[in-house]
Ligand binder design. Structure first.
Ligand code: NIG
Ligand code: FE
Length: 409
């Protein structure tokens, strides 16, 4: 056992509900707090002096100066395994072309597919680990990572195997998702339906066999897959035993409804979701994931996070870090900005990046500082936790802990 502290404030997020709006008065803030760790789990959180006197002769990791402690963050939606770069797309968009126009003319996702196919496994693993380390240095210790830039058996498996290899070299928890249904690749001989069949019969059984992922994602959009064929595909992936997540309502409304109907863990994007579908999401257990990094990368409107929370939805916030629509990758900056535009409380933003996004990944062992949960947390050198969002991502992290151990940043 080990006691870490004293922290000026420990924000536990304890007792916050899984769904709906939250006020900052609901935040539990332990002043002059300590956190007791047993193995890789939290044993107790409380007043440092009390914990110290109750646990004589225990190892103490002394905190110098004023620091605050939060649960580590969970980024439940990224595409950080990729080759190449899309700076040219970004410049073209800013010069007036739309994301969909660029995609239709052979740029966009397809250009990342070509770069990812050409990249060697070593190169992909190296850049993936670099990005994972950037995320850890932001306090993110659980990271979802999608395939979706391979789009054939060989290259989708290559991506998922690399993500699996990366897990052996990082202490962060990686959750992989098979996004072979990102787009029908230009070199596929057949229509959408035939491609989705190919994913079902050629890719997913191998993903299962090699234990590469338990999750399937699809991009439902005019330029990608259509609602009906997607629904059919998703129901079949469910029969194969996969959990589901969906890229929904990014530009066109309607697909979040499908995500709910098929019992998806999450529906992500939702920039174009209409009021009626907000209600539908709010009545479901499908997490509504806002991806402010994509709104910032594309200059599109933000996900209606306020409305979703008010309606009672489970709102997560994730980075969507990818080479096209969301190149920044700084979840804390993005969530802070989303808060200013959508009027989200600190509690709602912190919940969206911790236990609510963990729920979207099916993880109930993290995201709060409660007894029995994984000892992943992040310490900032400041005397007030509000400074984390106030500084919009620029407040330096003092230490990131995984399983109770400090990570070298
Ligand atoms: O979440 N919308 C589809 N997929 C990604 C973008 C991928 C890309 O542009 O490379 C997204 O925004
Ligand atoms: Fe995405």
């Amino acid at each position: 056992m080990k006691l870490i502290g004293p922290f000026k404030q420990i924000v536990t997020l304890s007792n916050l509900s899984l769904r709906g709006k939250l006020s900052d008065e609901q935040l539990e803030i332990i002043v002059d707090g300590g956190i007791l760790i047993d193995q890789n789990k939290i044993q107790e959180v409380g007043n440092f002096a009390d914990l110290k006197s109750e646990n004589q002769s225990i190892e103490i990791e002394k905190i110098e100066g004023e620091q605050i402690l939060l649960p580590a963050f969970v980024d439940s939606h990224t595409h950080i395994c990729f080759g190449g770069n899309r700076a040219n797309d970004f410049a073209m968009r800013n010069a007036g072309k739309t994301y969909l126009e660029i995609a239709e003319s052979g740029g966009g996702i397809w250009s990342s597919v070509q770069h990812t196919r050409l990249a060697s496994e070593d190169e992909l693993l190296k850049t993936l680990l670099e990005r994972i380390n950037i995320l850890i240095s932001l306090g993110i210790t659980t990271i979802e990572i999608k395939s979706g830039y391979g789009l054939d058996v060989e290259n989708e498996l290559k991506m998922l195997r690399i993500i699996k290899k990366a897990q052996l070299e990082t202490q962060a928890t990686l959750i992989s998702t098979c996004l072979s249904a990102h787009l029908k690749p230009r070199d596929f001989n057949g229509d959408n339906q035939e491609y989705l069949n190919y994913v079902l019969t050629e890719i997913l059984p191998k993903v299962k066999e090699e234990n590469l992922s338990e999750r399937v994602d699809i991009f439902i959009e005019k330029s990608a897959f259509q609602p009906e064929e997607s629904k059919e595909f998703l129901l079949k992936t469910k029969d194969l035993g996969f959990e589901i997540t969906v890229h929904a309502d990014q530009f066109t409304a309607g697909s979040s409804r499908i995500a709910v109907e098929v019992g998806a863990k999450s529906a992500d994007h939702l920039e174009a979701t209409i009021d009626e579908d907000i209600e539908f999401l709010a009545l479901s257990n499908t997490v509504a994931t806002a991806l402010p990094g994509a709104s910032l990368g594309l200059g599109e409107k933000f996900t209606p996070a306020r409305k979703l929370l008010d309606a009672g939805a489970i709102l997560a916030i994730a980075s969507d870090w990818n080479p096209g629509s969301a190149p920044m990758g700084n979840l804390i900056t993005q969530a802070s900005i989303l808060a200013t535009y959508e009027k989200l409380t600190t509690a709602e933003v912190l919940a969206g990046m911790t236990f609510r996004s963990a729920y979207a990944l099916g993880l109930n062992d993290r995201g709060k500082l409660d007894k029995g949960l994984k000892a992943d947390f992040v310490a900032y050198k400041t005397d007030n936790f509000q400074n984390v969002l106030y500084n919009q991502g620029s407040l330096k992290i003092q230490n990131v802990y995984i399983d109770g151990h400090k990570i070298k940043l």
